[in-house]
Ligand binder design. Structure first.
Ligand code: BGC
Length: 773
């Protein structure tokens, strides 16, 4: 772990250039707008180690699976989000010497990601081999207002010489993915055109025919005065650019403004791509860099009004939580129900940018509380639209009906690349059902169930119905050969969590069916007919619910993670030689699988989801038993533990768990940030603060809070949107102050006591929970 970033409440700041941490910084300083995003690669050429990454949401490649031994049912491909046209490039040449930070002395280097305004900037002085010095500053952003637009301002000032600066702004589609299975490039050229002062490039993927068109234009100025310059055009394979020469005297600042529009065939017809890109580019250029930057700042200001968390008394914690919120807001903006949230967002290639259960289990709560309900609804609709594919997936695996959602997907098809682990993690079906419940419970939008939700629930229940089998010896239904959320066990029987979430899904489906029958008989009849739902099926679900087998240990009063769990050597993590950690890097897979060590919350995941069905004592016994064996080697793990620890009054543990993910990427805690940031687990960190320290729950249609404040924070506050209203909840040592920032009155519960809060009103509850106004 190396802490090299400066602490600041609103910015991530790197001072001094160290090529060894460059790839880590490329991940951390990534920028995005939900539609496109990129790692913080340099504009000018860089011959040092770097992972180039510029991604267009939803543009992916089905890379043929690479396995040693093919098995029936194996996915044909592993989808990967594509590194696409590098549109930021501006090569800089000083009288024949290229500017390359790995080939010169770099002084006064500062890189800053201003999260308040959504802008990435950099400044440095480069000393070339022959002693010439030049100062460079750059600012760039991808617009969250005009999502197809990116803009760069790049300035160069010769400090001790006069000479010719050659600038080459370009678009380069000849790029590759580091994770390509067969070391192939995935793009073909379709169209290119370099004009004077502009260029356009269309590339398409070798499979699936995604087209991406990028068009660029630029302006050059000297000391703020626009220059009229000639330009040479360059066209190479999948590459277009302009070459501009500028005479610069000592101390004269040469600035290039580069504007780019990136459009894709996901949104526009093939024949219109270039025109469309030129149209949006023209509008952006008309507005000008200053206006685009102003819009960007204002729009980010609005996002922060909805989602900020303020922590007083701990700058490291403040910076970290804002970084997490910023990354989540950059990754998913929720307008497009075909998009989702990859575990690394737009910050790297790992996990292929695909959708995992992370979205439903971890990310949904963040968007539920910090954005309009339509945004989370779109996350649900994404899965609704994949229902037919999930049904096909179940059929492929030999089921006669029902839906099995994929563990890893881009378009609804399964595309995981590890059979034993991800394939058997059928618990993801439960998380998808749970997300429907969570959404409806939070938003009160029951119309979703009749419109879309019930179909998904019924098909998932049908899957569970076939995936269990009746064990006569036990007179119970069992579920064999699964992998639970704890991926350090594969192919186990009766994973408590999976059995529990399966049975819960059937219960919830029956409940929704009943309510619909009572309240909307016509729609009920329509759906029963559409689903061809038979009474025998619902009766079977009922039978499974009543006879589901749950492994337990009566003596300890705990649920067993799976059959035979107690046969393991029960040595807690604290008694392991620390040099053995992390297990996934130090131990063989064989040793991990037979050990007691738990990668991430499993039984505890169930107690977290279904928390209202278990009493505190049960939660405590299970937490006390499982947490000591948990190595938290998934970044998704600590948050669930932190939230449960809060509920159990284990405040120190809660804070310790929170700290394990809060600065995970900023401090490169797991030594893997260079691959990209842990974007989906950032939502877990947010949950630790709001659901954990804030104690947020929704019960019977009302918001409940039960806050505590971690030791050395003097206060913290967070935003919660709930059923049209938005609250700012501030927690200090003495009191909880809730400000309603909207006109919508509400009733909420703080520490077990009910309060009415007027539109724009305020409620103050003392921490011993009394109303003071
Ligand atoms: C975790 C999974 C998760 C995946 C993607 C794995 O390490 O064990 O639960 O879905 O990462 O984030």
């Amino acid at each position: 772990m190396k802490q090299y970033l400066k602490l600041d409440e609103w910015s991530i700041i790197e001072e001094g250039f160290d090529s060894h941490s460059h790839e880590i910084s490329e991940s951390i300083f990534s920028i995005g707008n939900g539609y496109m995003g990129q790692r913080a690669n340099f504009e000018e050429q860089y011959s040092g180690t770097s992972l180039q990454g510029s991604y267009m949401a939803g543009v992916y490649y089905p890379d043929k699976t690479r396995v040693g031994w093919w098995k029936n049912g194996y996915p044909e491909y592993f989808a990967k989000v594509l590194n696409s046209t590098n549109w930021i490039g501006i090569d800089v040449d000083i009288d024949g010497t290229p500017l390359d930070l790995s080939q010169c002395i770099v002084k006064d280097f500062v890189r800053e990601l201003n999260m308040k305004e959504g802008v990435l900037s950099r400044s440095f002085t480069a000393v070339l081999e022959d002693g010439r010095e030049l100062k460079v500053t750059s600012v760039r952003f991808v617009s969250i207002v005009r999502h197809e637009i990116g803009a760069i301002r790049y300035s160069i000032t010769p400090m001790n010489f006069t000479g010719t600066i050659t600038l080459t702004p370009y678009l380069d589609g000849d790029v590759k993915n580091k994770d390509s299975n067969y070391d192939e490039k995935f793009w073909l050229e379709v169209f290119k055109e370099a004009g004077k002062g502009n260029a356009a490039l269309t590339v398409k993927t070798k499979k699936l025919d995604f087209h991406v068109t990028s068009v660029m234009t630029y302006e050059v100025s000297k000391n703020g005065e626009k220059l009229e310059l000639g330009a040479e055009q360059i066209e190479k394979e999948k590459y277009v650019g302009n070459v501009v020469h500028v005479q610069a005297g000592e101390g004269e600042e040469i600035t290039i403004f580069k504007y780019v529009a990136n459009v894709t065939s996901r949104d526009h017809g093939l024949g219109q791509l270039v025109d469309k890109a030129r149209e949006v580019l023209d509008q952006a250029v008309q507005a000008g860099f200053g206006e685009l930057e102003r819009e960007q700042k204002a729009a980010w200001g609005d996002k922060w009004k909805e989602s900020d968390i303020v922590i007083e008394g701990d700058v490291a914690a403040q910076q970290a939580i804002r970084f997490n919120i910023f990354q989540l807001n950059q990754t998913y903006s929720g307008e497009d129900d075909r998009l989702n949230i990859g575990p690394k967002g737009f910050t790297g290639e790992k996990y292929g940018g695909s959708t995992y259960w992370d979205t439903e289990a971890y990310c949904l709560p963040f968007y539920l509380s910090t954005a309009d309900a339509s945004i989370s609804r779109n996350l649900l609709i994404y899965r609704y639209k994949h229902l037919e594919k999930a049904k096909e997936n179940a059929k492929k695996l030999g089921f006669t009906k029902g839906a099995l959602y994929p563990m890893v997907t881009m378009n609804g098809e399964e595309c995981h690349n590890e059979w034993e682990i991800t394939f058997e993690e059928i618990h993801r079906n439960g998380a998808i059902a749970y997300a429907i419940y969570n959404y409806v419970n939070y938003t009160g939008d029951t119309s979703y169930l009749a419109q879309y939700g019930l179909e998904v629930l019924a098909e998932i229940s049908r899957f569970w119905e076939q995936r269990v089998n009746y064990a006569a010896s036990k007179d119970k239904y069992v579920m064999l050969g699964v992998t639970g959320p704890n991926e350090y066990e594969n192919n186990v029987n009766n994973n408590w969590y999976t059995n529990r979430i399966a049975s819960w899904t059937m219960e919830y489906t029956l409940e929704v069916l009943k309510e619909l029958e009572q309240n909307q008989p016509e729609r009920y009849a329509e759906l029963v007919s559409k689903l061809k739902l038979k009474d025998e099926e619902t009766a079977k679900w009922q039978d499974i619910i009543s006879k589901m087998y749950y492994p337990e240990d009566a003596e300890r009063g705990i649920f067993l993670q799976q059959d035979g769990f107690l046969d393991k050597e029960l040595l807690p993590v604290k008694d392991l030689d620390p040099s053995h950690l992390p297990l996934n890097q130090k131990w063989s897979w064989d040793r991990i699988l037979r050990s007691v060590y738990i990668k991430q919350a499993d039984v505890l995941q169930g107690l977290f989801f279904l928390g209202d069905r278990y009493d505190l004592e049960t939660k405590k016994r299970n937490f006390d038993f499982y947490e000591p064996f948990t190595v938290h080697e998934s970044s998704l793990s600590p948050c669930v533990h932190s939230i449960l620890a809060c509920e159990l009054g284990y405040q120190e543990k809660a804070y310790e768990m929170y700290l394990r993910t809060a600065r995970l990427d900023l401090d490169n805690y797991n030594n893997d940030t260079e691959d990209g940031c842990h974007t989906t687990s950032m939502a877990g960190t947010w949950m630790s603060v709001v659901h954990g320290f804030g104690g947020l729950k929704v019960k019977d249609g009302a918001l409940h809070l039960n806050p505590f404040i971690p030791g050395h924070w003097s206060s913290f506050s967070f935003k919660v949107m709930f059923r049209g209203a938005r609250f700012n909840v501030k927690v200090t040592d003495q009191e909880v102050v809730i400000l309603n920032e909207t006109d919508i009155p509400a009733v909420l519960n703080v520490g077990g006591q009910e309060y009415s809060i007027e539109g724009m009103g305020e409620v103050r509850a003392s921490r011993s929970v009394e109303v003071t106004s």
